[in-house]
Ligand binder design. Structure first.
Ligand code: SAM
Length: 279
């Protein structure tokens, strides 16, 4: 199996007359060693069904084909989706284990096969919504590694009481334990992005409650961080019909009403959402 280097990426882009789209976050990796390292970091095994979002020209896909039992790749750009099986057949003897789906990952409802591991260099503009959407709709996803903009990686992996901690951190924590997994040099991309990238690893854990609770928890998280300098009793006042009522709910949940949202972990938000409120 040969992976894609700078020359192959250039050749493919020329053959497709591809002008990388900024709005689709099209920055392609041209370093096979980095791709293999990402796959190793994800701990992909021969029994895993790997999911890739945004395979692009196939840099990571080829490295995934080396290890997985099967690979499903979801790509929004039809030129890239159509080319990928051809590139896989040219570079790999395992092209038959690849399924390519030409679709916007945000509109995915299910997949023809249940993936166990996610490996992706996510399109930067939609990395958080795509990540959260996949965790929500694909319960078979057990773990994975995604590459995202450095600031987004820091936010996803942030813990309470840090300046990076916010909506992505708490919502991701509903589904999984998320940790930083290292930085990536800008020089491995074509075209070179003007932001830094980092890897984030995740392992799914048991969710703290059912779908009904999750929806309430996510609504509370959105309010708590909408004005992050506000104390919880005033940030949540619109939800409970005034700050006195919000204060009563917070106290019943065992949470100091003068705290800000940034002080609570996912379990704190669950404690608030679990309070029965008379309407
Ligand atoms: N995986 C390739 C690599 O590492 O070289 C390309 C990664 S590039 C950062 C992001 C890829 O995601 C592009 O191929 C882009 O067309 C695709 N993409 C952008 N938005 C998408 C979406 N909503 N759903 C699926 N793919 C998307």
């Amino acid at each position: 199996m040969s992976l894609l280097g700078a020359a192959e990426i250039r050749e493919l882009a020329e053959a497709l007359d591809l002008k990388p789209s900024k709005s689709l976050g099209q920055n392609f990796v041209h370093d096979g060693n980095v791709c293999r390292k990402i796959v190793r970091t994800a701990g992909l095994t021969p029994t895993d069904i790997a999911l890739e979002i945004g395979p692009g020209l196939g840099s990571l896909t080829l490295a995934m084909l080396e290890e997985a039992q099967a690979v499903v790749a979801v790509e929004i750009d039809s030129r890239l989706a159509n080319q990928l099986p051809i590139t896989a057949a040219k570079h790999s003897e395992r092209a038959d284990i690849l399924t390519v789906i030409n679709q916007d990952a945000l509109t995915l409802k299910s997949l023809p096969i249940d993936p166990t591991v996610l490996i992706a260099n996510l399109p930067y503009n939609v990395s958080v919504p795509v990540f959260l959407h996949l965790l929500e709709i694909l319960p078979s996803l057990r773990s994975g590694v995604v590459m995202v903009q450095a600031e987004v990686a820091d936010r996803l992996a942030a813990k309470p009481n840090s300046k990076e901690y916010g909506i992505p951190s708490v919502k991701a924590a509903w589904w999984a334990d998320v940790t930083g997994a290292g930085s990536v040099s800008r020089s491995i991309f074509w075209p070179q992005p003007n932001v830094d990238s980092k890897l984030v690893g995740f392992k799914r854990r048991e969710t703290p409650g059912d779908e009904e609770l999750r929806k309430k928890v996510f609504a509370i998280i959105d309010l708590a961080f909408a004005q992050r300098r506000k104390m919880l009793r005033s940030a949540l006042s619109s939800m409970y019909g005034g700050s006195a009522a919000a204060e009563a709910v917070l106290s019943a949940a065992g949470i100091d009403p003068t705290l800000r949202g940034e002080a609570l972990d996912i379990h704190g938000f669950c404690a608030i959402a679990s309070q029965q409120v008379e309407s």
